[in-house]
Write a protein that binds this ligand. Structure first.
Ligand SMILES: *Cc1c(COP(=O)(O)O)cnc(C)c1O
Length: 356
């Protein structure tokens, strides 16, 4: 039976990407070697890095001022790397406080400098994205989390502030059209919407770097990774290759405009099903609902396990909500086919009819 993976990450990727990646693991491009045994300094691999960077530039329309890096340590490592490189001890950076991930980013930044909380949705258990920002003029940067994966909230507009703008886009990168030029840095762990785990995409405007006097360990210094074109040490070669395959697929399908259209439709269908059910309730406030991670709860908690089992038995894998929120979460990234969402909707409708 075809199963649909609704887990938040590692997550679903296009079927053709799985097929192409598996072939390359056996033999890459008729060279008599597996992709995962070739040197990261080989001609074949440097071409993979170049093409991946090229496609990211095409997708975002960003110019030479921005550098594209493939790092390790996940988005989590960026939580410390960003302030290490950009926040002096007596400097202030502004942070959104909108859920579990932004809280982790704040915790790390406090190790390096002063944190000013620019907005918070803690008053409503992080179920919405604030739209008003208090950013002191002296802020080195504003750190935003465009999509909070656990609560299922997403920023619908990006604030225009007078300082550098840094975005954790781990769970909604390349899911919609954005004015990419308004960001000074964007980062994302690949395993949600871009590829397998093990590689982190960082897009950084080079001019924001090198302003501190602090000594930075070599491996955590963005300037080193720029100079060495992400090949300072051995990168996740397989991860970068699968990211390339995913980006080829994304562009072939029609790029961000098509992704956005499809994602909006899929999410709307699912939210409609939750809203018309007497049994289920959406977690996120309507104006902040994520198109990527749809979260909801059940009004009869004694039936929660039964719905999880029903979903699993019908090929919808991974809809159990994060332990901190409970209920259910369906992650419907770019690669989730509409058929997967429709299958889940049928289950919601049937279960609601029976138990509502
Ligand atoms: C998953 C996630 C992270 C953490 O990513 P890792 O690659 O596991 O470190 C950070 N931020 C957001 C918004 C996420 O969804």
């Amino acid at each position: 039976m075809k199963k649909y993976n609704f887990y938040s990450g590692p997550a679903i990727l296009p079927q053709e990407v799985f097929e192409q990646a598996s072939k390359a693991v056996i033999e890459y491009d008729h060279i008599g070697l597996s992709l995962i045994e070739i040197s990261h300094r080989s001609k074949e691999f440097t071409q993979i890095v170049d093409e991946t960077q090229q496609r990211i530039k095409e997708i975002t329309g960003l110019g030479d001022a921005y550098k594209v890096l493939f790092l390790q340590g996940g988005a989590t490592q960026q939580f410390c790397m960003i302030p290490y490189n950009l926040l002096g001890e007596s400097d202030t950076a502004s942070y959104m406080d909108v859920g579990a991930w932004s809280k982790k980013a704040i915790k790390e930044a406090r190790l390096f400098g002063q944190v000013h909380v620019a907005c918070s949705s803690s008053d409503e258990s992080y179920t919405y994205m604030p739209t008003a920002f208090d950013v002191p003029e002296s802020s080195r940067y504003l750190h935003i989390t465009t999509n909070e994966t656990i609560q299922g909230t997403q920023m619908k507009s990006i604030p225009n502030v007078g300082c550098n703008l840094i975005a954790d886009m781990s769970s909604d990168i390349f899911s919609r059209q954005l004015n990419w030029n308004q960001f000074d840095m964007i980062y994302a762990g690949a395993q949600k919407n871009l590829g397998p785990s093990g590689v982190t995409l960082v897009i950084v405007k080079e001019s924001i770097l090198g302003k501190l006097t602090r000594n930075i360990p070599t491996i955590l210094d963005y300037r080193v990774h720029i100079k060495d074109n992400s090949l300072h040490n051995t990168p996740s070669t397989f991860g970068i290759y699968v990211m390339l395959l995913t980006l080829r697929w994304l562009q072939k399908e029609g790029g961000l405009a098509v992704m956005e259209q499809r994602n909006k439709e899929k999410a709307q269908l699912l939210y409609d099903a939750i809203d018309r059910s007497p049994l289920f309730t959406g977690v996120a406030r309507k104006d902040s609902r994520s198109d990527m991670n749809v979260t909801w709860t059940i009004n009869k908690p004694e039936l929660e396990d039964a719905f999880n089992t029903l979903a699993k038995d019908n090929g919808c894998i991974g809809i159990k909500g994060h332990r901190s929120v409970g209920g259910f979460r369906a992650s419907i990234y770019n690669a989730m086919p509409r058929a997967g969402v429709e299958l889940l909707i049928n289950l919601i409708d049937d279960f609601s009819k029976k138990h509502g």
